[in-house]
Ligand binder design. Structure first.
Ligand SMILES: [Zn+2]
Length: 357
């Protein structure tokens, strides 16, 4: 199988038409396929509820940009120019409301007062953040209180600024979130934020100096990775962002538009010495190229450790940045990818397209 054969499934018209004909839900595996319909001038993505057009009127593209460039308009039903799983306008509005007044004790009544249906907000927050709007707002408030404490302010100041009338209520909420009662010396929490990308939302865990974790939010192992991260570093993980979050968010935008090949965000990966050695070898694989698991094992100086290397490869916790998607099976088959094979295929095609000649 040649390098170019590896990527043909994405633009193979018969396969792409069969995909749309099967009326699939939008998933990471099919998020990179777009269908332009010549009879209507509209283009769609998988998951569109519109009727399936005749095969001879369909053209297939790798990106929404390519379909737009070819002259198609975005379908108003499946919104192919939006990022898959992108935060809704409601979520964006509520998140910025909280950011503008972190110390406020946000309640469902505040939503009703703004004409927002609390049950819609609850459902959307649960789906994106795994917590309700009020839980999210409380976690942000306690995180701010934590920063107040770390900056040397008295516990009472932090308590009042977090909107707690009673010291015991504050202590209980704080302990529940951070695993210890409020005091000036506790370790600062790690901040988690959500970043929308062309391949679905990602989750980034940062402090003010490093990125600790970057993964697609649908990764099954995520709760386990969170628990391990929190335990290893002895720090709570709460919603919020730092300068490092902003940096990785910018770099991801550039990576996905093809203008960035090497990430510069400082990393703090969590793993054993052997894992870190494997990850360093992974980072040495140039953008736009691939290696086999055997070559990777050789690169870490242990040709027999193919299985162990493959295990480390999958568990690096830094999707895209530690480029485990660049490791494929001997013979050109894609092999596995924790983020989904469709994503791996898309990433390799994307990098092959943008790699310097
Ligand atoms: Zn559509």
């Amino acid at each position: 199988m040649s390098q170019s054969d590896l990527f043909t499934p994405l633009i193979d018209a018969d396969a792409a038409y069969a995909l749309f004909a099967s009326k699939p839900a939008l998933t990471p595996d099919n998020a990179g396929v777009f269908m332009g319909v010549t009879s209507t001038g509209i283009f769609c993505r998988p998951g569109c509820p519109a009727r399936l057009p005749k095969a001879q009127n369909c053209r297939f593209y790798h990106s929404a940009e390519a379909a737009l460039t070819a002259g198609f308009r975005a379908c108003k039903r499946c919104h192919p120019t939006r990022l898959p799983g992108e935060a809704s306008t409601l979520i964006k509005t509520l998140v910025s409301l909280v950011e503008d007044d972190i110390e406020h004790r946000w309640r469902e009544q505040d939503l009703i007062a703004r004409g927002i249906d609390p049950s819609t907000a609850r459902r959307q927050f649960k789906s994106r953040f795994g917590m309700t709007f009020t839980q999210y707002a409380r976690a942000r408030r306690l995180g701010a209180a934590h920063n107040t404490l770390v900056s040397g302010e008295a516990v009472i100041t932090a308590q009042v600024s977090a909107g707690y009338d009673s010291a015991s209520g504050f202590r209980a909420a704080f302990s529940k979130t951070f695993g210890a009662p409020p005091k000036n010396k506790s370790a600062p929490p790690l901040m988690v934020d959500w970043i929308d990308t062309a391949l679905g939302p990602m989750i980034a865990v940062c402090d003010s100096a490093h990125l600790y974790l970057l993964e697609f939010t649908d990764r099954k192992a995520l709760p386990k990775q969170f628990a391990r991260l929190s335990k290893v570093h002895g720090r709570a993980i709460i919603p919020g962002r730092t300068d490092i979050t902003a940096q990785i968010s910018d770099e991801l935008t550039q990576y996905f538009d093809g203008s960035l090949q090497d990430f510069k965000t400082p990393l703090a990966p969590t793993g054993t010495d052997f894992q870190k050695q494997t990850w360093a070898a992974l980072c040495a694989i140039p953008y736009g190229q691939t290696r086999s698991y055997a070559q990777l094992a050789e690169a870490v100086g242990n040709p027999k450790a193919v299985r162990a290397v493959a295990g480390s490869n999958a568990s690096n916790g830094m999707a895209l940045i530690i480029p485990c998607h660049r490791v494929i099976r001997t013979g050109g088959h894609l092999g596995g990818y924790a983020g989904g094979l469709g994503r791996k295929n898309w990433l390799l095609a994307h990098e092959a397209k943008h790699a310097k000649a």
